[in-house]
Design a protein around this ligand. Structure first.
Ligand code: KG4
Ligand code: ZN
Length: 363
């Protein structure tokens, strides 16, 4: 099945053309074309994503990326006609940005006479682990994805624990009550005067300090770590950083690095503890732990997840290849493939697609 996928939910414009076939648990995914333009540098001056600027950039970038993707795929006119559908993210995300992708996809669908399939961005992150990257050593990537699974979604907008009962059948069993963990990384970085996005920068500094000393010089709280539920809270952690900064005269590099490490230790410890609790509560039925979204690229989180897996020997850990941790169109194409296989009527749906900033992916 050939799927042209479009992603514009935040600050990355992405288009991919996939030829995807086979079993849902281990699909054969051929990337015929894949292009992405990041607006990160543009938004950096605002310390976060500025929705109207994102909208304008997506409008400018989409036609260019479509052309590049098709050129990369080298499809003849006749082959282009064999594309089965167009997939587009319809939420969650920034609505002005989502609308650009949806309008573009609908227009293309009309001119190519192809159906347009709406895709939930977070479902895209979860299924990104199905992509096998032959050029990278990704643990367990050649295995069939066994369900039920637990998903830990960690991105700039979300922090969720998801019980994946089957493809398309999800239950959110824990979520952040305030900031997402990626957002906390970004805000902490900003307070320390580090560039946006803050996650990679905090991680780089923290790794350096961790190599030098075994313990944190600065002690930060672990919000909600002992709460009975599976929810998270990261805004208190960010406030604790702010208060500690107020007591410091001038921020030297050493202090910044110690703070980056203290923050990362605290955030990761909470993520690990809640994941452990969720795995324990769901019991033997869980076969796989999927960790996805931008923050899944974090090296310290991966190391701690590996340690956690030592306590759950029957559960297989799946993390996407680095290229697919942050927003991309390949994951949107994979999610569309799964949706079509599970509910083929999707291709016949005639109701217009609506952008939904808070789209939930549980039914
Ligand atoms: O999934 P994503 O690209 O976009 C959303 O859907 O939100 O995630 C972006 C988030 C940003 O907050 C960024 O700081 C964070 O992922 N991030 C990281 C790392 N790389 C990206 N956080 C911690 N460590 C990293 N290595
Ligand atoms: Zn995302």
């Amino acid at each position: 099945m050939k799927i042209l996928a479009i992603e514009t939910s935040c600050d990355e414009t992405a288009v991919a053309l996939l030829d995807i076939n086979g079993a849902l648990e281990k699909p054969d995914i051929k990337v015929l074309g894949n292009t992405l333009l990041s607006q990160v540098a543009l938004h950096a001056q605002y310390g976060g994503v500025y929705p109207n600027l994102a909208k304008r950039e997506h409008e400018k970038n989409l036609p260019i990326l479509l052309e590049q993707t098709l050129r990369e795929a080298q499809l003849s006119e006749a082959e282009l006609r064999t594309v089965d559908c167009i997939a587009v993210t319809n939420g969650p995300g920034l609505e002005p940005a989502l609308w650009v992708g949806i309008n573009f996809a609908e227009k293309l669908g009309k001119s190519w006479h192809k159906p347009v399939v709406p895709v939930n961005h977070m479902e895209g992150h979860l299924v990104s682990v199905l992509f096998r990257d032959e050029n990278a050593k990704i643990k367990n990537q050649n295995e069939k994805l066994e369900l039920p699974a637990l998903g830990l979604l960690v991105s700039g907008g979300h922090t969720e624990l998801v019980h994946i009962k089957d493809f398309g059948n999800y239950e959110i069993i824990g979520r952040t009550r305030d900031d997402a963990v990626g957002e906390a990384f970004d805000k902490t970085a900003r307070m320390l005067g580090l560039p946006y996005p803050g996650g990679p920068e905090i991680s780089r500094l923290a790794e350096k300090v961790r190599k030098r000393s075994a313990n944190d010089k600065i002690k930060l709280p672990r919000p909600m770590i002992h709460s009975k539920n599976l929810d998270f809270s990261f805004s208190g952690l960010k406030t604790a950083v702010l208060y500690r900064l107020k007591t410091e005269k001038g921020l030297n590099d050493k202090f910044k690095a110690d703070m980056a490490r203290a923050f990362e230790d605290a955030a990761v410890e909470v993520l690990i503890e809640k994941t452990r609790k969720a795995l324990f509560e769901l019991g033997d039925k869980i076969k796989t732990l999927i960790v996805a979204g931008g923050v899944s690229a974090n090296a310290h989180l991966s190391q701690e997840l590996e340690k956690l897996m030592g306590k759950f020997s029957n559960i297989v850990l799946r993390i996407p290849t680095k290229l697919l941790t942050t927003d991309n169109a390949i994951m949107i194409g994979i999610a569309a493939f799964i949706k079509i296989k599970k509910t083929p009527e999707t291709l016949k749906e005639k109701t217009p697609i609506i952008a939904s900033g808070n789209l939930s992916f549980t039914s």
